[in-house]
Design a protein around this ligand. Structure first.
Ligand SMILES: Nc1ncnc2c1ncn2[C@@H]1O[C@H](COP(=O)(O)OP(=O)(O)OP(=O)(O)O)[C@@H](O)[C@H]1O
Length: 974
């Protein structure tokens, strides 16, 4: 199914196929224009970055033709924000030559991706944001903004981007206008996500493929032939992703433009079929990881869809051809991308080619007919035709809002802004003479001629036979007139031999004819026509990703040309007629494709299997045909041995080659079948397992529900039992009441009143009683609730009370100890008093001491003990206040201000004793206070309980008082 690269340039996806087109010239500079306004009459719109921040939304953009506006608003002063009007978007096919007065600009779309997990963790902020759906604005410098055809925020879906940025290009490509959609951006900005996507969110490429097939379905008047190719540019080397042997391909250039030599093309019949080639190609694509992206694309990839179409039958107006390039570029890498070795080398190649792309875009946007360095990179060489205005171009720039990538994003925006200014002149390609179709026509004509040739052979043989018959008749007649019987016998033999030969020849010819018809039929299948049968959706076909390419052989891709069809239809071969008509009109292809959406578990889709089988059949037919031709040649070789020999040899080689191909294909089919069988059993087992597990889960879930139900029922049952019990009690009560009432009734009222009214009254009473009972019950319940609340409270209080008691008993013990100490101190006090008195007496008895006054002052019996102690206290107080006034001196002061040492030993002693008295007095005061507090605590606990927040608080308060007391005691001690 692969279209051979050896077919030459006509099969190249990058080959400009319209030599007559004014845009196919290799000198491209003439086919684009600068969109920068040269005069005020220019229709181009420019946004000048008004600097009023968020106010400048798309809806408020003013149109101006002022050149001065163009230079304003750039980041860092100078980056332009000019853009042509978004309503110049390419969404309508353009007739032969696009707008005479001016071309389209490249459509530029910006797509933000959300902050990645990594960026969040790094604390990145939003540096760029989408301001409306046309502007990108800088968060830190709102005056810096860029305007584009469309800006998609972080949460836009790929299909929305597709509808705006790719849909119109694909639609135009189906009508004969070349198209290129490419994603550009720094590494990890979301290019591959946008172009390829994944199962949950298909990218632009799968969506485009789906769209192409649905357009075919919606175009009943035309028939299509689709081929795909897929290449990568890795380290400036072009590799064929559909053919691993196609490495280091070369870009060639001729008068019609650039093309890649030796590229492999595959005919595709369904979306799944096309996606399977992409998946196969992706297997060979170079991917590596860097610090930004685990699966970073290390190469630029170009997926090309070649579309040929023509109108049916009488409507036939030639074939139009277009090609659609869907490009996923590798991401530019900055110094922040940590790479080493191979990755660094890859990165430098990537950057170099992107730089060249930037330069080319820059030059094209300048609009001057200067040298454009397309040749500086393979990428720009391949894109030359697209960029120089041969078709629609849609650029999708993917960016990250992260502040850490602010500068890189800014560069992308500048690039996009420049690209926006390139003007293109897209035109529809139309081929009245299409090489592909011509070769196709030749192939089918050969088939038909072969059939006709066979037919003439039959005629020849028939002629021979009739000649022989005639001869035989003559001989018979001659016999009658006396001819040699031997001669008659020879003739008869000849005739019989001729008849046998003719018979076998006829049979062979029939076989060959059947083979040819089958070939025609198969070729016809390659044509895609609109059908009401459904083309498999992408949900089915996404399963194809990962399945290998089906066809390795090269059968020379052919399309059934309408002329040939007509020729065939008008010929005598009714079988061919009917089969072709059936196959084309009944839409066998699409139904085949629809079947093809189903995957065989062995890896090949049914579609692909079908194709393989078809191919084998075709080869078998061809072998049969070649064999019969060879036989004929062998027979003829009697007349012309020389020329026949070479032909026979060639045919033998062909037959051998075809047999080899057939064996290879059969092997592939058998292997695929085996794989499918083994995979089927594995898949069956997996399926059964999955089913069982699902069932298990379901059962578990059901069990849980039933258990929960049971619990609820049990609770309900218990409630009902309780209610029942209550009711029974109530019934008993009522019965008792009734019995009492009956008694009453029987004893008194019945006779007295004997009326029904009395019974009613009683009943009412009973009812009232019942209501009261109910009320009482409710009250009872309430009381019970309150009671339980109180119990809880009580419990708490009792806990706290016991705690308080413990504290109080501890305090009592402490108090007791303190009291003991006080007693001890009192005794000591008395002792000291005695000693003091003795000392005083001793002092007084000393002659010339002049101490009579002091002696008088403390003389026992004159003032009594308490009076003396009081005096002593007063003295100590006075001395204390004096001591406070002293700073450094360690010499004690007397109450009179004189130095104690001056007063001699007696003065010192007195001072010491006075201090001790004072200390004791303070201690006593504290103990007294502590005692009072403890008593208060014990006695007034309930009262304080009310005053304070809680008993614990109160006790803590008392304890802190005690603490203060003991602290003051300690201080006194010190
Ligand atoms: N719009 C988006 N929404 C959600 N996730 C996205 C979006 N764009 C990109 N991502 C995620 O960001 C990561 C990097 O994206 P992707 O691989 O497409 O970047 P890239 O530009 O192709 O990088 P490289 O140039 O290195 O190949 C992926 O995990 C992808 O799923």
């Amino acid at each position: 199914m692969a279209a051979s690269s050896s077919r030459g340039r006509s099969s190249s996806p990058f080959h400009s196929r319209k030599p007559s087109s004014p845009f196919s010239s290799s000198s491209s500079s003439s086919s684009f224009k600068q969109t920068v306004p040269q005069s005020s009459s220019s229709a181009t719109t420019f946004y000048g970055g008004s600097g009023n921040g968020h106010g400048s939304r798309s809806g408020t953009l003013g149109r101006t033709t002022s050149d001065s506006m163009y230079s304003r608003g750039g980041y860092g002063g100078g980056s332009p924000v000019g853009y042509p009007s978004a309503d110049e978007m390419i969404d309508e096919p353009i007739d032969d030559i696009s707008r005479a007065a001016g071309g389209d600009s490249i459509s530029v779309t910006i797509r933000f991706r959300p902050l990645s997990e990594r960026e969040y963790q790094r604390g990145d902020e939003i540096a760029w944001y989408a301001d409306g759906d046309k502007l990108v604005r800088n968060e830190y410098n709102p005056a810096t903004s860029y305007a584009f055809d469309r800006v998609f925020g972080s949460f836009a879906e790929t299909h929305e981007v597709y509808d705006v940025a790719a849909g119109p290009v694909i639609k135009a490509a189906m009508e004969g206008i070349n198209g290129t959609v490419f994603a550009y951006g720094v590494t990890s900005s979301g290019k591959t996500h946008t172009m390829h996507g994944d199962h949950t969110s298909p990218g632009i490429i799968p969506l485009a493929i789906k769209d192409v097939f649905s357009i075919i379905q919606d175009t009943p008047g035309r028939e299509f032939l689709l081929r795909v190719s897929y290449i990568e540019i890795y380290n400036e080397v072009i590799n064929d992703l559909l053919d691993p042997t196609g490495q280091n391909l070369r870009v060639r250039e001729d008068a019609q433009g650039t093309y890649v030599e030796g590229i492999k093309e595959e005919v595709v019949l369904s979306p799944g079929h096309a996606l399977s080639f992409i998946a196969a190609g992706e297997e060979h694509r170079h991917i590596g990881s860097n610090n930004f992206n685990l699966l970073s694309s290390r190469s630029h990839t170009i997926f090309t869809l070649m579309i040929e179409s023509s109108a049916h039958g009488d409507e036939y107006d030639g074939v139009i051809f277009s090609q659609l390039n869907l490009i996923d570029l590798a991401g530019s890498e900055s110094s922040k991308t940590e790479t080493t070795g191979l990755r660094r080398k890859e990165g430098s190649y990537i950057n170099k080619s992107l730089l060249t792309l930037g330069t080319v875009i820059g030059k094209l946007s300048e609009g001057r007919a200067s040298h454009i360095p397309y040749r500086d990179s393979k990428l720009t060489r391949i894109l030359q035709s697209s960029l120089s205005g041969h078709g629609h171009v849609s650029l999708i720039c993917t960016i990250t809002p992260a502040s850490s990538n602010m500068e890189e994003t800014h560069n992308t925006l500048k690039f996009a802004s420049r690209a926006k200014r390139i003007e293109i002149y897209a035109s529809r390609n139309k081929y009245t003479e299409n090489k592909m179709l011509i070769s196709l026509s030749h192939a089918l004509k050969t088939c038909i001629l072969q059939i006709i040739d066979e037919k003439s052979l039959i005629k020849k043989y028939q002629k021979e036979i009739s000649a022989l018959k005639l001869e035989l008749d003559q001989l018979r007649r001659g016999m009658l007139v006396g001819v040699n019987p031997e001669e008659i016998m020879t003739l008869k033999q000849k005739l019989e031999e001729g008849q046998v030969k003719m018979q076998s020849r006829l049979e062979e010819e029939e076989e060959a004819k059947a083979a040819l018809m089958s070939r025609i039929q198969r070729l016809t299948k390659l044509i895609l026509v609109s059908s009401k049968n459904t083309i498999p959706g992408l949900t089915d076909v996404s399963a194809h990703l990962g399945s290998p390419s089906a066809n390795d052989g090269d059968n020379g891709t052919l399309l059934l040309h309408s002329d040939i069809q007509n020729e065939l239809i008008s010929s005598n071969f009714s079988a061919a007629d009917s089969s072709i008509t059936e196959s084309t009109q009944m839409g066998e292809v699409i139904s085949g494709s629809a079947r093809g959406a189903k995957l065989l578990t062995g890896g090949l889709s049914i579609d692909e299997m079908d194709l393989l089988v078809e191919r084998v059949k075709m080869l078998a037919g061809e072998i049969a045909f070649s064999t019969s031709t060879m036989k004929r040649l062998v027979e003829q070789s009697a007349n012309d041995p020389e020329s026949s020999k070479t032909q026979v040899d060639q045919l033998e080689r062909e037959i051998e080659e075809k047999r080899r191909q057939m064996r290879a294909l059969e092997k592939q089919i058998v292997e695929s079948n085996e794989a499918s069988i083994s995979n089927t059993s594995l898949a069956d087992m997996q399926q059964t397992m999955m089913k069982l597990m699902t069932q298990c889960d379901e059962k578990g879930f059901e069990l849980e529900i039933v258990t929960a139900d049971n619990r609820i029922l049990q609770e309900e049952w218990q409630n009902k039992c309780a209610e029942n019990k209550e009711l029974q009690e109530r019934i008993m009560l009522l019965e008792q009441q009734l019995a009492m009432a009956d008694n009453e009734k029987s004893s008194t009222s019945l006779e007295q009143h004997g009326s029904k009214e009395y019974i009613d009254e009683l009943r009412t009473k009973i009812k009232i009683q019942e209501v009261e009972n109910e009320k009482l019950k409710l009250e009872h319940v309430q009381i019970l609730e309150e009671n339980s609340g109180l119990c809880v409270q009580n419990q708490k209080l009792s806990e706290e009370a016991s705690y308080a008691k413990e504290l109080a008993s501890a305090a009592a013990v402490e108090l007791k100890n303190l009291a003991g100490e006080v007693t001890k101190l009192s005794l000591e006090n008395a002792k000291l008093e005695k000693e003091l008195m003795a000392a005083c007496e001793l002092a007084n008895t000393k002659p010339g001491n002049g101490g009579s006054r002091k002696y008088d002052a403390i003389k026992p019996g004159r003032k009594g003990r308490s009076g003396r102690v009081k005096d002593a206290y007063d003295d100590v107080d006075r001395s204390n206040s004096v001591i406070k006034e002293r700073h450094v001196s360690d010499v004690p002061q007397t109450a009179h201000g004189s130095n104690a040492r001056d007063e001699g030993e007696g003065g010192e002693l007195r001072w010491e004793w006075r201090c001790k008295f004072s200390y004791i007095r303070q201690q006593q005061q504290c103990f007294f206070l502590a005692g009072i507090l403890v008593c208060v605590n014990l006695v007034h606990l309930p009262a304080l309980n009310v005053q304070f927040a809680g008993p614990r608080l109160q006790i803590e308060f008392l304890l802190s008082l005690l603490d203060i007391c003991s602290t003051s005691l300690t201080m006194k001690d010190d």
